[in-house]
Design a protein around this ligand. Sequence first.
Ligand SMILES: [Zn+2]
Ligand SMILES: [Zn+2]
Length: 252
Amino acid sequence: MKIIADLHTHTNVSNHAFNTLTEMAGRAGELGLYALAVTDHAPSMPDSPHPWYFYNLKRLPEKVEGVWLLKGAETNVRGVDGTLDFTPEELARLRFDWVIASIHSITVGADRLTEDEATRLWLNVAENPYVDCIGHSESGAYRYDYDAVAKVFAEKGKVVEMNANSANVRPGNEQNMRELALACKRHGTLLAVNSDAHSIYQLGVFDTVLPMLEEIHFPLEQIVNSSREALLHVLQAHKKPIAARMAEQEPV
Ligand SMILES: [Zn+2]
Ligand SMILES: [Zn+2]
């Protein structure tokens, strides 16, 4: 199982991360990655960059250090109603290539949700047309009905993340992650395998996740960053203009 794009990474504009965007792209190039998504923390996180940073991402080239740069954000779910910390109007203006929606206890305002609340939260997020990917959702503190929600994520084309950093920052949720992956397998829900790197040393490191996906025989074609074809396909399906340029420059 090979991962050709890391779709969840932080640069030092989120100031608990350590490397510049150029350093991260340089490392991605060394690793032979095809694409890198930079997804810094959206404004409700204490270490988020000023909103201007996100508007200015458009000024950067599409390729940095030979790697396609997907300009994105890790947005924060603010509550059970699925509201994010960028409004739909802002997301329309920002035109991100990749939007992750994640629960962080500090921004969702609860250390724990009931299964019913967490299920409603993700079903509400699934309705948001700007969300591409569901970040590190396996935490037991926000356990949801994996089957019911994975089915809706599949219908809505949402990509569920298997986050390699979860083993470090949310230990003890390995069984939940496996159950979530199995639900995604059953429902044909797309997955992404991401490092959530906060430095060049974590970038492209997926070894806390890949053996589990191999063990459960997760279908490669359901992993959006397992091949250029799969990545282009999801970017096209999500109507990202960058997909056309990627396909034109390097037809698959
Ligand atoms: Zn996160
Ligand atoms: Zn993150």
